[in-house]
Design a protein around this ligand. Structure first.
Ligand code: GLA
Length: 740
C-alpha cells in the first residue's frame, strides 16, 4: 500500500520504492511532520521521531515540533505557512485534523497548472481535511506520491466555512521541517541574459530566501531551491528539491531556528498578497513539488526532468520530436518585409531547418518597440499578403510557420490603448511607469482575457501557424485593477496569473496542434507553471555560447532539455560581442531544443555546409537530445569556470553524446580526463568525435571502449602542448558513443 494509515499511531505514511513521507496527527489535532527522505518500512509507528515529549508546541524553546502546516501566534515561533485574519482581526487558528481520504492517482487542481498522471497506478494521493471551529476555516491538504519518482507533491485549498469574511495573507504551498541545518542552500539566480546561475551558500541561523514581487517568477530568482549536504556531489549524497508550479510572485525560504532545525517554505509571496474569502468561498494554492535524492544533484534533476517532461508538459507536443527552427529576431530585428523573410526561409529550408519563426514587428505599425502592442493585426506595409499569405508561401517552401506574440502587453501608441485605456494596469490619478515603452494589460479582468482570446484566435485561425512564441517583456508596476474593489486589491497579482493561465488554457485547447514556446525577455518566466502549457521556453536572450553554458547548466538542475530553447546566433554575439566558433555554438545549442537565430542568407559557402551538417547531426540524434537522460559532468561554476562537460544518454544506455567545452584555452594542458556517467558498465562503446578534427585527442578517444572504462577512467583530453596551442579559445568537442 503506497499510502498507509495507522489509526493507532494516527500516522499517514506515503511511500514508494525509494522514499517515505510520514505525517502524524498530534495530540492536539495539528498535523505533525515525522519524516521525508529515505524509505522506511510501512508497518511501524514513527511517533518517536523528531518530536521528543510532546508539549503541544508551546514555547518550550528546546523542543521544536516538526509541523506540516504551522500557524503564527500559537507557540511555534518560526515562520508560518498559513495566516488568516478572522472577523475579530486576530490571526489565531487552531487547525485540527478532521478526516482524510486516500485515493489512487492524482486528482487535478481546479484552475492552476499541476503535474498529473495518465493511469491511476502512477501515483497515490491523500487528502487531509483540517478545520478551525471559531472561524470556520477549512483546509484541504493534498499530498501525492509518485510510484516511480522520489517526489511528493503538495497543494492546498482553503475554504471559508464560517459566516464572516476571512482574509488570507500567507498561504504557503509547502512547509517542510528538517531536523538539522547542516545544509547548503542552492538557488538559481541572475538577471536578463544571465538567468539561472547556480548560487550556493551554507544555511545560517535566521531566514534566507529568494522570491519575486514583480508579477512574474522572474529571471532574478527561479521558483526553485535545493538543500544539499556539503559532501553531496552530482551523483552521491543527499539533496532536497523544492519547486513551485507557479508563474507569479513567489517566496522560497529556509528558516533556521536557534535549535538548528530548518523550516523550508514555498508558495505565493505573502508580500502584497491578501485574499478575501467570503463565506462559502475557497482558494486553491499552487502545487509544490518536493523531491528527495540520495544520488546527488544528478538524481534530483533526473526526477524533475522525467516528471516535468512527461507529467507536467501536456498535449500534442509533449512527446513529439520538436522541429529545428530559425527565428528572424537577431537576423533582422524590426527591419523586414515579405521578400526578405521568404529569402531567409528559402535559405533555411536548404539548410535543413523545419520551422520558420517570424518574431516581433509583424503587426500594427511596429518599426521599433515604441508602438502597436495590443494591435494583433498584420502590418500590410511589410506583409501585403497578410500572415496567411506569408504562412502559405513559407509552407510552400516546405517549412512550417511560427509567429511571435506578446499578449499581455499594450503600447500607449496603439488602437487598443486608445479604445481601452483602462485595460492597462495602473492606479487612477497616478503615473503609470513604462518599461520598454509598454504597459501591462490587466489580465485579472475576464473581459481583457476574452478580448485577447478572440483577437489571437483570429490570427491563429486564419493562417497556417504551427508554432507560437508567447513573449512577456516587462514586469508589473503600480499593481491595481479597476475590476476589483478596494478591499480586494491584494488579490490582483494572483488573479493576473490566473488570467494568463486562462488565456493559455483556452488558446492551447483551441489550437491543439500548435507548438507553444514561452518567453519573457528570454528566461524571465521559465517556470513549471508555464511548462504546463508551453512545453518549451526560450531559455535566455543571451545567445553567446560561453554564457549559455552557465545558463543551460543552471536551468538543467530542474528543467529537462526538451524545455530549453537553444539557438545558434551570429558573431560577434549580440549580447557579449564575443567571437566563438560556429561549431562551438552548435555544440552548446544541441543540448536543448535546437535552432538558429540569425540571417541564414549571410553564411559563407563554408559556413553553409557546416550548418547543413549540424542540422543533420541534430536530427540524427534528436530523440537523444530531447528525451535522453542529461548528465552534468564538469561545472562551469566550479574551479576557474573555464571548463564545462555534460552528456546525454539514451534510456537503454546504448547511445550517448558528450559535450566538452573550454572557454579560455590554457597552455600546456595537463592529462585531463572526463569521467562519464550513466553508461552500461558491461557494454562496449564505439567512441567517435564529431565533427572530426583528426588530431591527437580524437585519435586517443576514437576507440571501442568499455562502459566501465569510460566511467572509471574517462575520455582522454591530454594533448601535446604544441597541438593544444593551436586550439584557441572557446573550443568544444562532441563525442558520440554507440554500443557495439
Ligand atoms: C524579447 C524576446 C526576444 C525577442 C524580442 C522581440 O526580448 O526575448 O527573443 O522576441 O523580445 O521584441
Amino acid at each position: 500500500m503506497p499510502i498507509g494509515w495507522d489509526p493507532e499511531a494516527r500516522q499517514i505514511h506515503l511511500r514508494n520504492g525509494t522514499i517515505s513521507y510520514v505525517i502524524r496527527v498530534l495530540e492536539n489535532g495539528a498535523l505533525g511532520h515525522l519524516h521525508f527522505g529515505p524509505l522506511l518500512s510501512d508497518a511501524r509507528s514513527y511517533a518517536h521521531v523528531g518530536l521528543g515529549p510532546f508539549h503541544g508546541f508551546t514555547n518550550r524553546l528546546d523542543d521544536p515540533v516538526a509541523l506540516e502546516l504551522p500557524i503564527a501566534g500559537v507557540g511555534d515561533f518560526r515562520v508560518p505557512a498559513l495566516t488568516i485574519e478572522g472577523p475579530d482581526g486576530s490571526a489565531i487558528l487552531d487547525l485540527s485534523y478532521v478526516s482524510h481520504r486516500i485515493v489512487p492517482g492524482k486528482p487535478p487542481l481546479a484552475a492552476l497548472p499541476c503535474t498529473y498522471v495518465e493511469a491511476e497506478a502512477e501515483a497515490d494521493t491523500v487528502e487531509i481535511v483540517l478545520a478551525d471551529a471559531p472561524t470556520g476555516t477549512e483546509v484541504r491538504l493534498a499530498y501525492t506520491v509518485f510510484r516511480d519518482l522520489p517526489i511528493v507533491t503538495r497543494s492546498m485549498v482553503v475554504r471559508n466555512g464560517g459566516g464572516a469574511a476571512l482574509d488570507l495573507t500567507c498561504a504557503m504551498s509547502a512547509s517542510l521541517d528538517l531536523s538539522d541545518s547542516d545544509w547548503r542552500l542552492i538557488q538559481l539566480s541572475g538577471t536578463w541574459a544571465r538567468e539561472r546561475h547556480v548560487v550556493e551558500r551554507p544555511l545560517v541561523p535566521g531566514r534566507q530566501s529568494v522570491g519575486s514581487v514583480r508579477g512574474a517568477s522572474g529571471y532574478q530568482h527561479n521558483p526553485f531551491i535545493a538543500l544539499r549536504r556539503a559532501s553531496t556531489t552530482e551523483d552521491h549524497g543527499e539533496v532536497y528539491g523544492f519547486s513551485l508550479v507557479y508563474s507569479g510572485n513567489f517566496l522560497a525560504e529556509a528558516d533556521v531556528d536557534a535549535q538548528g532545525t530548518t523550516r523550508v517554505r514555498m508558495g505565493i509571496a505573502p508580500e502584497g498578497f491578501r485574499w478575501r474569502l467570503d463565506p462559502g468561498a475557497e482558494l486553491e494554492l499552487p502545487e509544490a513539488v518536493l523531491a528527495y535524492s540520495d544520488a546527488g544533484l544528478g538524481g534530483l534533476s533526473d526526477a524533475y526532468h522525467v516528471l516535468y517532461r512527461e507529467r507536467l508538459a501536456r498535449g500534442t507536443w509533449r512527446a513529439r520530436p520538436r522541429p529545428v527552427l530559425i527565428n528572424n529576431w537577431e537576423g533582422t530585428y524590426f527591419e523586414f518585409d515579405e521578400a526578405k523573410l521568404l529569402e531567409m526561409a528559402a535559405a533555411s529550408r536548404d539548410l535543413g531547418v523545419e520551422l520558420f519563426v517570424l518574431d516581433d514587428g509583424w503587426f500594427g505599425q511596429r518599426d521599433d518597440d515604441t508602438t502597436s502592442l495590443g494591435d494583433w493585426v498584420v502590418d500590410r506595409r511589410k506583409l501585403p499578403g497578410g500572415i496567411d499569405g506569408l504562412a502559405t508561401k513559407v509552407e510552400a517552401l516546405g517549412l512550417r510557420f511560427g509567429l511571435w506574440i506578446e499578449p499581455e502587453m499594450v503600447s500607449e501608441r496603439s488602437r487598443l490603448f486608445a479604445d481601452h485605456p483602462d485595460w492597462a494596469i495602473g492606479v487612477p490619478g497616478r503615473v503609470r511607469t513604462e518599461a520598454r515603452q509598454q504597459l501591462v494589460l490587466d489580465m485579472s479582468r475576464p473581459e481583457v482575457v476574452d478580448h485577447l482570446f478572440r483577437a489571437l484566435s483570429d490570427v491563429l485561425g486564419r493562417a497556417a501557424v504551427s508554432y507560437v512564441k508567447w513573449d512577456m517583456n516587462r514586469n508589473i508596476t503600480e499593481p491595481y485593477s479597476l475590476g476589483l474593489p478596494a478591499d480586494r486589491q491584494g488579490e490582483f497579482f494572483h488573479r493576473y496569473i490566473l488570467g494568463v493561465y486562462d488565456l493559455y488554457r483556452r488558446l492551447t485547447a483551441a489550437f491543439p496542434e500548435v507548438l507553444f514556446e514561452s518567453c519573457a525577455s528570454g528566461g524571465g518566466r521559465f517556470d513549471p507553471g508555464m511548462l504546463a502549457f508551453a512545453p518549451q521556453t526560450w531559455t535566455s536572450d543571451d545567445t553567446d555560447a560561453v554564457e549559455r553554458l552557465r545558463i543551460q547548466w543552471g536551468t538543467s538542475l530542474v528543467y529537462p532539455l526538451s524545455s530549453m530553447g537553444a539557438h545558434v546566433a551570429a558573431v560577434p554575439n549580440h549580447q557579449t560581442g564575443r567571437l566563438t566558433p560556429l561549431a562551438t555554438r552548435a555544440a552548446v545549442a544541441f543540448f536543448g531544443v535546437f535552432g538558429y537565430e540569425l540571417d541564414p542568407t549571410r553564411f559563407s559557402a563554408e559556413e553553409r555546409q557546416e550548418v547543413i551538417d549540424q542540422i543533420a547531426f541534430y536530427k540524427a540524434h534528436r530523440e537523444l537530445f530531447q528525451r535522453g537522460r542529461f548528465v552534468r559532468l564538469r561545472s562551469p561554476f566550479e574551479g576557474d569556470g573555464d571548463g564545462t562537460a555534460w552528456m546525454v544518454v539514451s534510456p537503454d544506455r546504448r547511445q550517448a553524446v558528450v559535450g566538452v567545452y573550454q572557454a579560455l584555452n590554457r597552455p600546456v594542458p595537463g592529462p585531463d580526463r572526463i569521467r562519464l556517467r550513466g553508461l552500461d558498465p558491461s557494454a562496449a562503446y564505439q567512441v567517435a568525435q564529431w565533427p572530426s578534427t583528426g588530431d591527437s585527442v580524437e585519435r586517443a578517444n576514437a576507440l571501442v571502449r568499455g562502459g566501465d572504462d569510460l566511467m572509471a577512467v574517462g575520455l582522454l583530453l591530454a594533448a601535446e602542448r604544441h597541438a593544444a596551442a593551436r586550439w584557441g579559445d572557446f573550443w568544444a568537442r562532441l563525442f558520440v558513443l554507440e554500443a557495439v
